[in-house]
Design a protein. Structure first.
Length: 181
């Protein structure tokens, strides 16, 4: 983990704030924002670090896309979330992206727990987790046998993951700048 240059921090913050607000208001992350983030990630990193910047952006993009595209295929994440995280990876690079992923998981778990408890869905959530584990252990897609866990299902308990990603990026920038200064 290292402190991001200002030339990376500004577009990264702009990207996640826009995506987070869109996700809260309209439950969608616009393609134009993700594409702008990807292009900014490659462009800024190449400008700052030349070939090493290209490699860093490509590895960050690829790692983020691989992880989040897998979640999308299992219908645990929307396509916008996968594209947003790929853009975050292109901007932040692979090492920083992993730290952002960990923060996203922690913040997402806290937000999900609050949502679950507020809806009185704790027992159902544990049953859903058991179903997911069972199906994955048998190499089956859990959403095919249990519609409630499909993120595309309007009745599913869903969290605006773009907003969670935004909070994680803001936390990462705060931690990395205070930790390293």
């Amino acid at each position: 983990m290292y402190q991001l240059p200002l030339a990376v921090t500004i577009p990264l913050l702009a990207l996640v704030i826009i995506a987070g607000v869109y996700d809260i208001l309209w439950r969608k992350i616009p393609n134009w924002a993700a594409l702008a983030g990807i292009l900014a990630g490659f462009g800024v990193n190449i400008f700052l670090h030349h070939w090493a910047g290209l490699k860093n952006a490509a590895l960050g993009f690829g790692l983020a896309f691989l992880v989040y595209f897998s979640l999308y295929l299992l219908r645990g994440m929307g396509a916008g979330d996968a594209k947003l995280m790929a853009a975050v990876g292109a901007l932040a690079g692979p090492g920083n992206w992993v730290a952002i992923l960990v923060l996203t998981a922690l913040i997402g778990a806290i937000c999900a727990l609050i949502l679950i408890l507020s809806r009185g869905a704790l027992q159902q959530t544990f049953m859903n987790i058991g179903h997911i584990v069972r199906e994955l252990a048998h190499f089956r897609a859990p959403y095919k046998t249990h519609e409630e866990i499909d993120v595309r299902n309007s009745g599913a308990l869903r969290l605006p993951h773009g907003a969670v990603i935004a909070l994680a990026v803001i936390a990462f920038i705060s931690i990395s700048s205070s930790y390293l200064t």
